[in-house]
Design a protein around this ligand. Sequence first.
Ligand code: BES
Ligand code: MN
Ligand code: ZN
Length: 440
Amino acid sequence: MESGDFSGSRNQVQMLWHNKRKVVLVGLGAESSLNARVIANAQQAAQKTLAKTQSSQAISALALSLNNSDLSQSAVRQLASAAALASYQYTATKSHNPSSALECISIAADEAFHDAVAEGAAIGRGSNLARELGNLPGNVCTPTYLAEQAQALDKQYARLNTTVLEEAEMETLGMGALLAVSRGSRQPAKLITMEYKGAGANDKPICLVGKGLTFDAGGISLKPGAGMDEMKYDMCGAASVFGAIQMACELKLPLNIVAVVPSSENLPDGIAVKPGDVVTSMAGKTIEILNTDAEGRLILCDALEYSRRFDPEVVVDMATLTGACIIALGHHISGLMGNDDELAAELLAAGEAASDPAWRLPINDDYQQQLKSNFADIANIGGRPAGTITAACFLARFTEDYRWAHLDIAGTAWKSGAHKGATGRPVPLLSEFLLARAGK
Ligand code: BES
Ligand code: MN
Ligand code: ZN
């Protein structure tokens, strides 16, 4: 610092040698503006530098100056989570991998932070699972592949029980909306359920529902070509449910959780569902499909109806549901809607605490009017105005019997451009929510 080369400004990184060891200095900026996010970002900046070296092990000392307050517990959680996130590398479909030598990051911290480190690491690993599933191309990560991943988690964790429904069983259950989306695809749709039992049999489960469109071409209402590759990310809601379930399993949370993942492709074909077609959902409501590209709400409405059989305490769904959400909130904040103020407040607080924020949008009868159909009980689109809200209004028609919230993660689940890749959001928000419900 005397030399003037290092000022300690935010995320400034300087490597030096001390007693034959590399020391990475990372700036945190002004002490008065120190928070969990700053510390997590510093950890990531330091690891980015470390990844360019030949070091195989490192110790992070960032947590050593923190006292044991609620704020610092949260900071250590995010620090550990950031350490895991920073070590993620996509390699699955590359033949040459510029692999980093770093194998192990230790976090030096006071004994009081022991649980926070374990929780943060589990959140980071859960996020990385979501990122990997999101990043895998559509020809690898199919509905069948997702079902296999759910079976693999079942094998790994004793408290988890996975079941997969095939199209024939969906037919029997009357899931006409989900099956309409899947009609144009050669890949069979799957309805994946992962039941995690960490609490007593009388504890009502928290139900997590994730949109699992492993590729969304729009169907007959075909999307334009530019950027269509990114529609492999249309299963990021499902991926975050996988990530959250893995986190819960790893930490043995004392909760009951049911994950429901409807998974399908949405492609054009000679027998694909067409604009104007009317289908009957499992709930019995008829739906006029005016735009086959509004398919997420169709697979979700049958999954939400199916969720009722678990007698859930609450149901939270997440979905890359509308481009309109990106227009409303950009890529920084997820959209939150629902029918229960308390649940919404809980999720907003969890997002804030985990630096994975959401913002609530309203739903009411005025918006519901936009979904009127001349030929069915409800239309699947509500026009251009308030596209994110009318999508949630559609879902709200199928969630009247329980406390429900919906996260639109279209803007937050992945990044475009040079750093194209899945972010793992909203696994941190969901994890914080579940940890709080578990009293942690
Ligand atoms: N998966 C898309 C939403 C999306 C679009 C997410 C762009 C991220 C980036 C969804 O299935 C969709 O196509 N929604 C339509 C709805 C419209 C037809 C009412 C949309 O947003 O254009
Ligand atoms: Mn679509
Ligand atoms: Zn979609």
